[in-house]
Design a protein. Structure first.
Length: 454
């Protein structure tokens, strides 16, 4: 049993003062008492900690290595992808576990309480199977346990090299499974989750309409009852390829051929028409946005204002993990809308500030996308919490929505984080992860082994 006292907190009932949050032995919030007597040592501010809804952990080791232009005069997502394939051929299971631990530690320090790991690095180089088909999945689970972050594991089905069903080649071979092997992988991964922690979960992830054919997509979506995550409409070249082979744009085809509902989280969606945007919003599915990565790769700008006006749900993820920063992710999303529309406070609502709207969406949609009972400070929810100090030049003792705006838009919100809990696990204290030194040392050893060039 833990009890957290806060001078201010954002609860299921809105902003409250003088709060005592009780966490039971399972890691769930058992009580939220308001109006309690001020307590010495109370945290200035407590917020729910969102789930990071899209991550490829191994790509963190590439950060900073892909910013020079190669021989191709039109450097793009597709040239970056070729570099990524070359890089991943060096990774061993030990490397992946150490990299994932560093990534998950950085997520916690940034204020995320859990992560949905879109896990597609399944095999050894050239597609050679490990003796344990879930060897790599097990390394992701181990890293999550070592850091304390909550985990929704999303094993990825990746079958073809494109909509024409061409065979996988090069780095893609490490991702590849047919449906029979994928079913075995998912079953083995499910066993890992079932023997892990009670707050962990599992879903499925058909990689994209390019990598999974219509029959495979139908089969994988029917596998289990957990979340379904898929890349959708990220690049114009992808839109053109899907339209040429399936006869419709990606979002248009998916909505016409599948019952897309609240189980689904569609990642990126940066290439949608207005009609597709409104139609996707009406399904109750989550749009999984990764604004920092989408900016890095030149994906395009999500129709955020139109999606929100239509009642759509959106959350954020760190995707390539080149810069893991929850508040920067949210600011980048809103700034993209402002730049496109020549506006300000693009996503603000009449009764909520921009920061409040962004943060509420990140929490609610993140919880939905991760199949996790989190995203709010309420009895019965997992105790995924952020503790913050407001006694600094960035928050200046502000409260309410103004505090959220300051966290997100001053660029220094992460410096205000003092504590983070994931399902009651108090893993960030004094602004640092409790195992930072060991995790960082192991990561630096891996980087030295991998070298600096790709």
């Amino acid at each position: 049993m833990q009890k957290i006292h806060a001078n201010h907190a954002l609860t299921e009932n809105g902003w409250v003062e003088n709060v005592a949050i009780t966490i039971d032995g399972t890691g769930r919030i058992s009580a939220v008492d308001t109006g309690v007597a001020p307590t010495p040592g109370a945290l200035d501010l407590v917020l729910p900690a969102p789930l990071n809804l899209h991550s490829h952990a191994f790509q963190r080791a590439m950060a900073g290595l892909t910013e020079t232009r190669g021989p191709d005069p039109s450097d793009s997502f597709w040239t970056w992808r070729r570099l990524m394939y070359r890089f991943l051929d060096r990774l061993t299971p030990d490397h992946v576990e150490a990299i994932a631990a560093l990534v998950f530690m950085e997520m916690l320090e940034a204020g995320y309480g859990a992560v949905a790991e879109f896990h597609y690095l399944h095999h050894a180089p050239r597609g050679t199977a490990y003796d344990d088909i879930a060897e790599m999945a097990g390394r992701i689970v181990s890293a999550a346990q070592a850091t304390g972050i909550g985990l929704t594991l999303l094993p990825v089905l990746y079958t073809h090299g494109g909509c024409d069903r061409r065979p996988l080649s090069g780095g893609q071979l490490r991702f590849g499974n047919d449906m029979d092997r994928y079913t075995q992988l998912h079953q083995a991964s499910r066993r890992l989750i079932e023997t892990a922690r009670p707050d962990d979960a599992i879903g499925v992830a058909p990689h994209s309409l390019r990598a999974v054919d219509p029959n495979g997509l139908a089969q994988v979506a029917a596998l289990g009852t957990g979340p379904v995550h898929m890349h959708l409409a990220e690049q114009q070249a992808e839109v053109d390829e899907v339209q040429a082979h399936l006869g419709a744009r990606p979002t248009e085809w998916l909505l016409a051929n599948h019952h897309v509902d609240q189980r689904w989280c569609l990642i990126h969606c940066t290439q949608m028409t207005g009609g597709e945007t409104r139609a996707l919003a009406q399904t109750g599915a989550v749009a999984g946005l990764c604004p920092i990565t989408e900016s890095s790769l030149g994906d395009g700008i999500f129709n955020g204002t139109e999606f929100a006006t239509a009642g759509g749900r959106f959350g954020v993820g760190s995707d390539s993990n080149i810069h893991i920063a929850l508040f920067h992710e949210l600011a980048t999303l809103d700034y993209s809308q402002r730049l496109r529309d020549h506006s300000r406070a693009a996503l603000a609502a009449p009764d909520r500030s921009t920061g409040r709207v962004l943060f509420d969406h990140a929490n609610r949609a993140g919880a939905q996308a991760g199949g996790r009972a989190s995203g709010q400070i309420a009895p019965g929810a997992w105790a995924d919490l952020i503790g913050l100090s407001t006694d600094n030049p960035w928050l200046c003792h502000r409260t309410g929505d103004t505090a959220l705006d300051s966290l997100i838009f001053t660029g220094r919100g992460q410096d205000c984080i003092t504590d983070v809990w994931s399902a009651g696990r108090h893993v960030v204290q004094g602004g640092r992860h409790i195992a930072r030194e060991t995790i960082t040392r192991d990561f630096l050893r891996v980087i030295a082994e991998l070298g600096q060039d790709i």
